[in-house]
Write a protein that binds this ligand. Structure first.
Ligand SMILES: Nc1ncnc2c1ncn2[C@@H]1O[C@H](COP(=O)(O)OP(=O)(O)OP(=O)(O)O)[C@@H](O)[C@H]1O
Length: 315
């Protein structure tokens, strides 16, 4: 097992209020996995990703849980140990990664900085690594002499992705890595990342608002609702046979490439306020299948091998 998230709880404390953005979340990531995480805006996806890598900034706080990466708890690692593992063992790409590129340094120097910070490679070895990783993400090696402003948004984001891949980490966590780009560029970058992943067998945990892209590319998918994981399973199985009514609603809320005639509709209502206590199933107010038992909180349990759901009445 590459990563085990156990009972993770995290959120934000402010003015006598606690927003519980991640509640008792548990899941595993295998080697050579591509786990997509979907859910409405504000359901806790980013908080989950940042907590997992111990990168959640104040007022964010991890309330409890364990993140076991190759047998070691990330949340218990000290700063120095984490610094050594980041980029090399696991890396993060965010939506704003390309804006973090330093405007006064050439692309080559910025990637080399990451290499020298985490290794003893020589300059010529590092240049070789830069060329290789830029080629991998579809950037010609001549471009490494460019400054960020000389590149398009898509290319800058490819550079940010290249940085995250330069040490061939076992796990790459991506939080909306292509959201600020136009849809055609988004898709082409993500397809390329998936190709690299399949070849190099690392694992990806991926969050995006583009649910159709997520269903197309990921191997497994997990659905978050109001800070909780409500369903997880192999993507094809979840798509063809969603178990949680919320998953069913999400799937019906985006158009299908294969069947444009099918009507698609949103889910009425909105996610509950995460600073208030939620009794019973968090989705019950919006659920058309609601029954009395839904006032009692459903457990997140494995109903068939590899398929987990938190619902008293799986579909
Ligand atoms: N700095 C903060 N202070 C207080 N509450 C916050 C803070 N950041 C996020 N939250 C709250 O935590 C909850 C989860 O937010 P989070 O950004 O993790 O959701 P998300 O699913 O990633 O949303 P999106 O898809 O819009 O990025 C939301 O209710 C949000 O308002």
């Amino acid at each position: 097992m590459l990563l085990e998230v156990k009972n993770l709880n995290a959120g934000y404390r402010s003015n006598n209020k606690i927003v519980r953005a991640v509640k008792n979340v548990s899941f595993n990531v295998e080697e050579d996995d591509f786990l997509g995480i979907a859910g409405e805006s504000g359901c806790g996806k980013s908080t989950l990703l940042f907590s997992m890598l111990k990168l959640l900034k104040k007022p964010g706080e991890i309330f409890g849980g364990e993140i076991i990466y190759k047998g070691e708890n990330i949340l218990k690692m000290d700063k120095e140990k984490l610094r050594k593992k980041r980029w090399v063992e696991f890396s993060l790409v965010t939506q704003s990664a390309m804006n973090a590129l330093n405007p006064v340094y050439k692309i080559k120097d910025q990637i080399m900085d990451v290499i020298f910070e985490h290794s003893n490679y020589s300059k010529s070895e590092a240049i070789g690594m830069v060329e290789k990783v830029l080629h991998m993400v579809g950037i010609q090696k001549e471009r490494m002499e460019s400054y960020p402003h000389q590149l398009s948004g898509g290319m800058k984001q490819r550079v940010a992705i290249a940085m995250a891949l330069v040490f061939s980490p076992s796990l790459v966590v991506m939080d909306e890595p292509t959201t600020s780009l136009d849809v055609v560029v988004q898709r082409s970058i993500m397809e390329q990342i998936d190709e690299i992943r399949s070849k190099n067998k690392f694992s990806i945990i991926f969050v995006t608002h583009d649910i159709s892209l997520l269903f197309e590319l990921s191997k497994r998918i997990s659905i978050m609702y109001a800070g909780e994981m409500v369903e997880i399973g192999p993507t094809k199985a979840v798509y063809s046979n969603p178990l949680h009514p919320y998953t069913e609603g999400l799937i019906n809320s985006f158009p299908k490439l294969t069947d444009v005639s099918k009507e698609y509709k949103g889910i009425p209502g909105r996610i509950p306020d995460l600073s208030k206590e939620i009794k019973g199933c968090p989705f019950k107010e919006r659920c058309k299948y609601r029954k009395d038992l839904c006032d009692k909180k459903p457990e997140f349990k494995e109903v068939t091998p590899g398929r987990w759901v938190a619902c008293h009445f799986p579909r």
